[in-house]
Design a protein around this ligand. Structure first.
Ligand code: ZN
Length: 216
């Protein structure tokens, strides 16, 4: 499917190394007061990001869609390293796309919901963001717990045009979106993220977005 096309899959931050140590800053993990997450009551964003991208890559394998992960299995590769990977491989293919997977956190731990970011200005990435927003929004009704996913609107009231100067969005030479999958420091959202059905929902949405974007 899709000759001369490559999808760059990015799982934000680092994971757990062979000694079971988290390779990323403490701001990318959260110790909940209750519940069981990746290590006792601690949620590691980088570990979750990899659970999702692994599921996306399994689905792309089955479809025969060419992809390249920009992240390491557990090291926290620099953003420059990831961008260099995308731009180097991207030159060898006619079409490419970056999807960077994250989960969010906020100081008061009460924020919830799903958001998509693109670089400032109107670009091809906005088209991808719009497709992806609609896919997540329609898939969530198929999963029992999916309806508890909040779709966060921007301060302007629009749905999917959050714009930010994220390095991976700004420096890559192809359309790129950064997806914030709920808030891992919010207990209710974190519980949703631990559900394999929810991980599959978000993975399925990414795959459908890829297919829709390249068949449009
Ligand atoms: Zn992140």
């Amino acid at each position: 499917m899709f000759p001369n096309t490559i999808i760059f899959i990015d799982a934000g931050h680092g994971g757990l190394n062979r000694a079971g140590e988290y390779t990323t800053a403490p701001s990318k993990m959260f110790r909940h007061a209750r519940g069981t997450f990746h290590q006792g009551s601690t949620f590691f964003e980088g570990v979750w990001n990899r659970a999702l991208t692994n599921q996306v890559m399994r689905k792309l394998d089955r479809l025969g869609i060419t992809y390249m992960p920009l992240h390491h299995d557990y090291l926290d590769n620099s953003l420059q390293h990831r961008v260099d990977m995308a731009n180097w491989y991207g030159k060898k293919f006619q079409r490419s796309l970056v999807i960077s997977t994250h989960a969010n956190a906020f100081t008061n731990h009460t924020a919830r919901g799903f958001e998509i970011y693109t670089s400032p200005g109107t670009t091809e990435s906005d088209k991808v963001a719009s497709i992806h927003w609609n896919n997540v929004n329609s898939l969530r009704s198929l999963y029992a717990k999916g309806t508890s996913i909040t779709m966060r609107t921007t301060p302007s009231g629009s749905e999917h045009d959050n714009e930010a100067n994220f390095y991976i969005l700004r420096k890559t030479n192809m359309p790129a979106i950064l997806v914030e999958h709920l808030f891992f420091d919010n207990y209710e959202d974190a519980m949703l993220l631990m559900d394999d059905n929810i991980i599959d929902l978000f993975a399925e949405a990414q795959v459908r977005t890829i297919i829709e974007y390249f068949t449009a």
